[in-house]
Design a protein around this ligand. Structure first.
Ligand SMILES: Cc1ncc(C[n+]2csc(CCOP(=O)(O)OP(=O)(O)O)c2C)c(N)n1
Ligand SMILES: [Mg+2]
Length: 334
């Protein structure tokens, strides 16, 4: 059974969270979960091809951090990217249509799950090469520093990616140049089938910035309020011109690495334990119900609204036309 490390940053005791904010988190996390479940279904039906990595279980990370972002802030992530796109306000229809390879998708149906972008929302991908987005994130932060804005870049990567060489070259330059970049390590405990415990003897991924002078902390990534609190600290640090910050989010993915993962490297009980005792959506649901902020019926109404949005996205994604044959020769270098 997986033991979870004790996160350093917990939600502030008696945190003064408003009903509206809790409802917003509930809605946003539920949208990601239902969207991903639908993507899984469509994949099973053969409507989505290629790779497809679901974000189910990790919703609190991106929702908590997006709550700290302001217009102009940037984000870049790996191939496990659907949640990040929905959380920054990209249209579920355009994301789903890209998954099904339709011309109405964010990359005109030619990019697929791992390769979507939105200039409008400052979402810079969607990267299939492990760790490749980390130097890109520093580059985005460099642009803000150069232009003299106080915007920050959220650069997400996994526990597996955290062992990559380019991450450390990036840490060095980011600190040297005081870049406003928040390195968000989504430690979901596995890199494909390899447990983080088998991949490194270094007990803390957040502590690896110390060698470069970058502060960091470990956060309960299943608690959206803890994520937001830590995010606010990191964002304030970056906006004030103090350089980069590392947040190690302790989280968990419920599904396989990708749709083709038989998940033989962990037990059903381990997954079940996380679902039953640490689920981020259930946590917020309990806060809403116990705090008298919402009734079961209120939440059911939201669930229905989310279901409708997701069904509409799926309908759009399965009825939109495929790209025209002539599109084979556009948007390419050669
Ligand atoms: C440079 C490179 N090496 C290997 C792979 C194959 N690969 C794809 S995902 C992955 C695991 C990465 O795990 P992690 O960084 O923890 O992210 P997670 O999938 O858990 O979100 C690997 C090894 C790749 N895509 N790129
Ligand atoms: Mg991982």
């Amino acid at each position: 059974m997986a033991t979870r490390k004790t996160p350093e940053t917990k939600a502030p005791e008696g945190a003064n969270v408003s009903k509206d904010e809790l409802l917003k988190f509930y809605r946003e996390m539920m949208l990601i979960r239902r969207f991903e479940e639908k993507a899984g279904q469509l994949y099973g039906m053969g409507q989505i091809g290629g790779f497809c990595h679901l974000y189910i279980g990790q919703e609190a990370v991106v929702c908590g951090l997006e709550a700290t972002a302001k217009p102009g802030d940037k984000r870049v992530t790996s191939y496990r990217d659907h949640g990040h796109m929905l959380a920054c306000g990209m249209d579920p229809k355009g994301v789903m249509a890209e998954l099904t390879g339709r011309e109405t998708g964010y990359s005109k149906g030619k990019g697929g799950s791992m390769h979507m972008f939105s200039k409008e929302k400052h979402f810079y991908g969607g990267h299939g090469i492990v760790g490749a987005q980390v130097p890109i994130g520093a580059g985005l932060a460099f642009s803000d520093k150069y232009l003299g804005t106080d915007n920050v870049t959220f650069t997400y990567f996994g526990d597996g990616a955290a062992n990559q060489g380019q991450v450390y070259e990036t840490y060095n330059m980011a600190e040297l140049w005081n870049l406003p970049v928040i390195f968000v390590i989504e430690n979901n405990q596995y890199a494909m089938g390899t447990s983080v415990k088998r991949a490194t003897k270094s007990p803390s991924l957040y502590g690896r910035g110390i060698a470069f002078g970058i502060p960091g902390e470990q956060v309960d990534g299943m608690d959206v309020l803890a994520v937001k609190a830590a995010g606010e600290k990191a964002v304030a640090h970056c906006r004030a011109g103090n350089g980069p910050y590392i947040l190690e989010m302790m989280t968990y993915r419920y599904r396989g690495h990708s749709m083709s993962d038989p998940a033989k490297y962990r037990t059903r009980e381990e997954v079940q334990n996380m679902r039953e005792h640490h689920d981020a959506i259930e946590h917020v649901r309990a806060l809403l119900l116990d705090g008298g902020h919402a009734s079961d019926d209120d939440l059911k109404t939201i669930d229905k609204e989310i279901k409708a949005i997701v069904n509409e996205a799926a309908e759009f994604a399965t009825t939109s036309p495929e790209p025209a044959l002539s599109e084979l020769w556009t948007d390419i270098y050669a």
